[in-house]
Design a protein around this ligand. Structure first.
Ligand code: DP6
Length: 356
């Protein structure tokens, strides 16, 4: 009996223009477009193996060795169903192809970083899941097409199917067919940018992104201003800055958008706090660092950004990495887990997908 199995991995992405709010919670259609940078190194990835076999009883998934419930109609079930549907279409075109779409699948996924600590674990996880099923099923789908399915697992996951600088276009079609990820610029375009991850806490976060953003949609008046006016202009401006490799503008927009995302969280009823005192102290250090740089060179040297948790991601050109690490270690000598500088970028690999 042949073995039908594929392993792929997908990296984490960190948004510069944040996704926060859904207009359709079932299809995961966002209230605004967003833009992120995919981190390319080995330390922040999800690796997933999928196997199809007619002897399996049912679809089953293990995350970090623990079985997860695949609830009917839930996100996991939706992604698996959509991928099986694409495989069934391929089987119709190629009658000789094994009927993998009718076999149950076993899926095994590992994250090599803390789950749900604001380090975008669901993004890498669902991207790796979709990429591994695409490899298993030998689908000819493009990353943008797969991003439509990954989006239904976790919105931000759609952006992890590309390396480099990636936009998730919100789209307008009610069925979500045009809500997908596109590449703004590949990793090679601007390899000079690096990301420093400051793990302030790896505890599980208090308010999940999913429930937090829904509460924001329902209660925050500031969100309406953000999605209607602010984000559309920022998406264009940051895309232009990336294309022009203009770090000063990129940094300014990234920090403004992180600040506004946390402002809409505070504007939510009841309010949501993701940053803590250490997060805010890191903002103060980077602000002072940039103030001196602006005074001497007229340009910023670093940008902080925070997702739904207290951990800081600092983007900076390579030449400043050492200086910033020294600065952070000087001001936070107790920092247990300040990680080494990571280099950026990566492409979610669709590799090792072999059908005998
Ligand atoms: C703050 O993608 O985790 O990281 O679609 O409900 O799964 P769901 O939410 P999720 O939200 C990510 C929010 C964010 C910003 C971002 O990554 O754009």
């Amino acid at each position: 009996m042949p073995i039908y199995q594929a392993t792929t991995s997908a990296p984490v992405n960190i948004a510069c223009i944040k996704y926060w709010g859904k207009r359709d919670t079932k299809l995961i259609l966002p209230t605004n477009s967003s833009l992120s940078v995919t981190l390319d190194q080995d330390h922040l990835r999800a690796t997933t193996t999928s196997r199809a076999d007619p002897s399996f009883e049912k679809d089953t998934l293990w995350l970090n060795g623990k079985e997860e419930v695949i609830a009917d109609g839930g996100r996991l079930a939706t992604c698996i169903r959509e991928m099986k549907y694409l495989r069934s279409q391929l089987e119709q075109q190629k009658p000789d192809a094994p009927k993998l779409s009718t076999f149950p699948v076993h899926i095994c996924s590992f994250n090599n970083f803390p789950t749900a600590a604001g380090l975008a674990s669901s993004a890498a996880g669902f991207a790796a899941l979709v990429a591994s099923l695409a490899a298993l099923y030998e689908l000819p789908a493009t990353p943008s097409e797969l991003s439509r399915i990954a989006r239904q697992g976790s919105g931000s996951a759609c952006r992890s199917l590309f390396g480099g600088f990636v936009a998730w276009e919100m789209g307008s079609a009610p069925d979500g067919s045009d809500s997908l990820a596109i590449e703004i610029a590949p990793r090679e375009h601007w390899p000079d940018i690096h990301a420093l991850i400051c793990v302030v806490s790896d505890d599980k976060k208090g308010t999940s992104s999913t429930s937090g953003m829904q509460r924001t949609v329902e209660t925050s008046p500031l969100l309406q201003h953000r999605i209607g006016t602010v984000v559309p202009a920022r998406m264009k401006a940051i895309s232009d800055a990336i294309r022009a490799r203009d770090f000063d503008t990129f940094a300014s927009l990234t920090m403004q958008d992180s600040n506004q995302f946390h402002a809409v969280c505070l504007d939510t009823d009841p309010p949501i706090f993701y940053m803590n005192d250490v997060s805010r102290a890191i903002i103060a250090v980077i602000t002072e660092y940039n103030r001196i740089a602006l005074e001497t060179t007229g340009k910023r040297k670093a940008a902080y950004t925070y997702d739904a948790g207290p951990n800081a991601v600092i983007y900076t050109p390579k030449e400043n990495v050492r200086e910033i690490v020294e600065l952070i270690v000087r001001y936070f000598p107790q920092a247990e887990k300040f990680k080494d500088p990571f280099s950026l970028f990566g492409v979610a690999g669709v590799g090792e997908g072999k059908l005998p």
